[in-house]
Design a protein around this ligand. Structure first.
Ligand code: TMP
Length: 237
């Protein structure tokens, strides 16, 4: 019998018959501002399950270790059960969002080199920005794990920049999470989707990600559909 192990803002995690595997169920719920703003978008879960799976498959083909086993239906993805590292790992290629408000860097400035940031996954404190020393002092990961996570995040960034460029999208920034798999290896976990990335159309500069919801720009699900359509067309080539 499958049991609900954890419920997050956009996903649920269920146990499976195999104690080393879980089922990740993608919901239609959307939140912003740490849950301050809430809505539901029909089919967002279906689109994100498909988008994230296509992106993880591409990363696996390119040598990145992940928790993905396989997508089993339109909303459920079978994954290795991991011990999540309580870090949100953010990579930024172009300044926007909290970076511009925090440091006064002009919106749209190209960041060279890309900026890697860590936030502590702790809703009660609004996922605060931290550095490696904080992560070590909090016991979130070992120094070696933090080095692996940083190297993997930079590799993932380069691979994703290339993937999105192929479908006419500029990868502005994104957030990823890592975990320890049953073998104790650090692997990419969680999801990569328009919920967790900023994606700008190369030609029109329109935003094709969750900023449409955060900033009340409308046509949220149309943007997710567009990303799904372009990734699928690339895959089927
Ligand atoms: P930020 O500019 O709000 O700090 O966001 C940076 C990137 O991280 C952006 O692509 C959105 C993503 N992100 C999440 O996926 N989850 C979060 O909780 C936050 C704060 C950001």
């Amino acid at each position: 019998m499958s049991q609900l192990l954890y419920e997050g803002k956009a996903k649920q995690i269920y146990s499976t018959e195999n104690p080393e595997e879980v089922l990740i169920h993608y919901k239609d719920d959307a939140t912003a501002g740490n849950g301050a703003k809430k809505a539901q978008f029909e089919d967002k879960g279906v689109l994100n399950a498909a988008i994230s799976t296509m992106i993880f498959e591409y990363l696996i083909e390119n040598g990145i270790k992940t928790h993905l086993i396989k997508q089993v239906n339109d909303r459920d993805v079978l994954c290795e059960k991991i011990d999540i590292v309580l870090l949100e790992v953010i990579m930024r290629n172009i300044a926007t969002g909290s970076l511009t408000s925090r440091l006064g860097i002009k919106e749209g400035t190209k960041l060279n080199p890309p900026i890697l940031e860590f936030c502590y996954k702790k809703d009660e404190f609004n996922d605060p920005l931290i550095n490696t020393d904080h992560a070590l002092a909090l016991g979130l990961a070992t120094r070696e794990e933090i080095e692996t996570i940083s190297e993997e995040a930079r590799k993932i960034n380069q691979l994703l920049i290339k993937l999105f460029a192929e479908i006419g999208i500029e990868l502005v920034d994104f957030k990823v999470e890592f975990g320890r798999n049953p073998k104790g290896e650090i692997v990419l976990a969680d999801e990569i989707s328009p919920d967790t990335c900023r994606l700008w159309d190369v030609e029109t500069h329109s935003k094709l990600d969750k900023d449409r919801f955060r900033q009340d720009l409308g046509n949220v699900i149309d943007a997710y559909r567009e990303i799904h359509k372009r990734l699928l067309a690339r895959k089927e080539k």
